[in-house]
Design a protein around this ligand. Sequence first.
Ligand code: DX5
Ligand code: ZN
Length: 225
Amino acid sequence: MGIGRIQIAPSILAADFTRLGDELKRIEDGGADLIHVDVMDGHFVPNLTMGPFIVEAVRRATDLPVDAHLMITEPERYAQSFIDAGADYVVFHTEVAEDPRPLIDAIRDAGAKPGLSINPPTEASRIEPWLELIDMVLVMTVNPGFAGQSFMADVMPKLRQIADWKRERGLGVLIEVDGGVSVTTAPTVASNGGEVLVAGSAVFCADDPAAAVGAIRDAAEGGRL
Ligand code: DX5
Ligand code: ZN
């Protein structure tokens, strides 16, 4: 379906934070394309994780683009802090933004790339009007909150619908898929139009995280054919 190279975005939610710099170095050596940072506020999701402080540390440890996934109820309140900390992509949820346009514009005006994310139960129509305006659409394949959950294959028709809109309109928006992505599920993700694959446990819980990055990419690229 796609023509660009599949990109892999390891989620540091599953990394060993006592040695974050080493973890980042390993996945960089493995050919990771983006660093995915899962920001949770204990309101939008039932978990608390990282803030701009962690993004700033990641920024100092790697030159790879940082993809900040804001699972928070008030993204307009914190987006600028993540941009100041060095986030390249700032992705917020369509479920918390009746009209996402002002924040999309604010993120772009501040020099970062705006993205919108969509939870498994949310219909594709919620994201459809904004595809021309964003750089990333993040399709969740688990209910957000925790690493290590099972991939929800029933999201695939929605992923394919979004990929069809992208193709029909010739859009540049990247289609990112997040949740339960592994060598097993990557072919399905890619065959339905996923282009940027987020992987937490499948990378950082592997014996060799660098090799896992390559294996997930190979599996996805095989699935595309
Ligand atoms: C889930 C997060 C994901 C998660 C992915 O709420 O948005 O990025 O860390 O972890 P795995 O790949 O283990 O499902
Ligand atoms: Zn995420």
